[in-house]
Design a protein around this ligand. Sequence first.
Ligand code: DX5
Ligand code: ZN
Length: 227
Amino acid sequence: MEIKILPSLLAADIGHLADGAKMAQDAGADGLHIDIMDPHFVPNISMGPAVVEMAKRVVDIPLSVHLMLSRPDQMISNFVEAGADSLLIHVEAECDIAVELERIREKGVRPGITLNPETPAEMILPVIDRVDEILCMTVHPGYGGQAFMSQVLPKIKQLRNFADSRSSSQIDILVDGGVDLQTAPLCAANGANVLIAGTSLYRASDMAADVAAMREKAKQSLATQTG
Ligand code: DX5
Ligand code: ZN
């Protein structure tokens, strides 16, 4: 399974977000992760559709848009129009998740489901056949720069097993939060193939070198896992 590395724009210099987006592309990233928050779902506010629109103008890599919103249903069209290539909604959101995932797919965007650290893996089973991506949070969402929660690793493995037991086993398993050169291989060893990293990549002295190193280390762990 292919390993993908997605820098998270939340960690870029907010005064130069366009440069931050280009930096990810120039570093050889496989996509750009953009975090959208409301202060009801998480204790913070971040960016909106205008930032996704800007990123669409300045880079060609796919845009992974993470909706940390209580009511993602109210904003899905806006983010589709802004140019999202994948839309991740939370299983904890207050809307009909199955309907919204279907709506995302109908609009030609990759639908993804996300789980907070405390949410059991089984919660996504009712919608697993509707998603292309499953994002397992490895921190409590809301802020960048938090420590990786290693207690979530067994859940990543569980999600990978669920995904692989489906006939269309092309579901990506994503991790987000505290991912760096040390924790990325642990995630891959448990079956994650898309690694989202904000602070570690944007603070790196050479982002391209770290993107390549993260991909290589994760590849080796994934190979060890699958034999
Ligand atoms: C957290 C966001 C993450 C965040 C990760 O709420 O969903 O995407 O940017 O940041 P780091 O890699 O710094 O933990
Ligand atoms: Zn995110």
